[in-house]
Design a protein around this ligand. Structure first.
Ligand SMILES: NC(=O)C1=CN([C@@H]2O[C@H](COP(=O)(O)OP(=O)(O)OC[C@H]3O[C@@H](n4cnc5c(N)ncnc54)[C@H](O)[C@@H]3O)[C@@H](O)[C@H]2O)C=CC1
Ligand SMILES: Nc1nc(O)c(N)c(N[C@@H]2O[C@H](COP(=O)(O)O)[C@@H](O)[C@H]2O)n1
Length: 267
């Protein structure tokens, strides 16, 4: 694997993000084990019209150089990083941390139907083979058949398939987080894509999110993009769930982008 560009994120820029990061070594701390769920950070880059990409199959660069380094700073501070199968298929992502002397997070891919045809050529596998990242844990439905060659590719670099119950082809978020925690991972940054983020933001699952860090790029991607806009739900009495709002906010300009950090306001 060719050497990847090394990134830096200066401590002076990193300091304002610290309150929104999981506690250091949370995978080992009493805090994490007492809750049995990892610290969840929801983080992604969006356009001004709330799009993550031009269309579902298209990798779209939104973050400028500084906010990209910030994302790698977040990767350095999380034990795992989670994406959906749509993103794995569209982006062929690396999901490692490119800041020197940092530990990369464990990639977790939600792929109930085993749609992602992971091969030895997949970027994340090549990086893991070269010792520049970790191999993914791919969560699949209990009833899905996974081709043996994919299992071998994963196992060869330290990854594996993990089977989990589904309802309507979805995992329950609590189950996903329990599996992550049970594998000794005390924190997870959920990066996307649209389907994953909208499902996590849907009430009541958004209660599982501890921190939100969103990069806003000064561009409109236009109609047809993958949009973050969670479904509105109703409570047991048929009353609409209130709009999701952030509290403990910080707006941090990074180059041409602005990053909003916060926590979800509990009603
Ligand atoms: N700008 C950014 O920060 C990011 C952009 N993206 C972009 O997003 C696009 C992909 O987004 P989508 O098509 O919405 O795909 P996605 O990455 O959200 O994956 C969707 C798939 O994930 C699985 N999934 C989602 N929620 C699940 C749940 N609760 N339980 C079980 N499985 C679940 C399902 O198989 C579903 O088909 C790509 O174009 C990618 O480039 C992705 C991540 C970050
Ligand atoms: N922070 C951020 N900014 C963007 O502009 C993006 N397109 C993304 N995408 C996410 O990052 C993954 C790519 O990771 P690698 O650089 O290959 O390690 C991609 O799959 C999305 O999850 N993020």
């Amino acid at each position: 694997m060719a050497d990847q560009e090394t990134l830096t994120f200066p401590p002076s820029l990193a300091a304002p993000f610290t309150p929104y990061l999981p506690p250091p070594s949370s995978s080992l701390s009493p805090y994490a084990s007492s809750y049995l769920l990892p610290f969840v950070t929801l983080t992604f880059a969006t356009s001004l019209d709330s799009s993550l990409s031009l269309s579902p199959g298209v990798r779209t660069t939104l973050s400028g150089p500084l906010s990209k380094s910030m994302t790698h700073h977040l990767r350095a501070h999380h034990a795992s990083i989670l994406i959906g199968a749509g993103t794995a298929i569209a982006d062929d992502p690396g999901l490692n941390c490119r800041i020197a002397s940092s530990v990369s997070p464990r990639p977790i891919v939600l792929d109930p139907r085993a749609r992602w045809a992971v091969t030895a050529e997949s970027k994340v596998i090549r990086l893991a083979g070269a010792g520049q990242g970790l191999a993914p844990f791919i969560l699949v439905s209990q009833d899905v058949k996974v081709p043996a060659e994919r299992e071998e590719v994963l196992r060869g670099v330290g990854g594996r398939y993990i089977r989990l119950a589904t309802a309507d082809n979805k995992f329950a978020w609590r189950d996903v987080l329990r599996v992550i925690r049970a594998n000794g991972l005390g924190s997870v940054m959920v990066e996307g894509g649209g389907d994953v983020i909208n499902s996590l933001l849907r009430a009541p699952d958004n209660e599982l999110v501890r921190s939100v860090i969103v990069t806003i790029a000064p561009t409109w991607l236009g109609k047809g993009g993958v949009v973050v806009s969670p479904e509105r739900t109703t409570d047991a009495d048929g009353q609409p769930a209130p709009p999701i709002r952030l509290t403990n906010i910080k707006w941090i300009p990074l180059g041409e982008d602005v990053v909003v950090c916060g926590e979800i306001l509990r009603p």
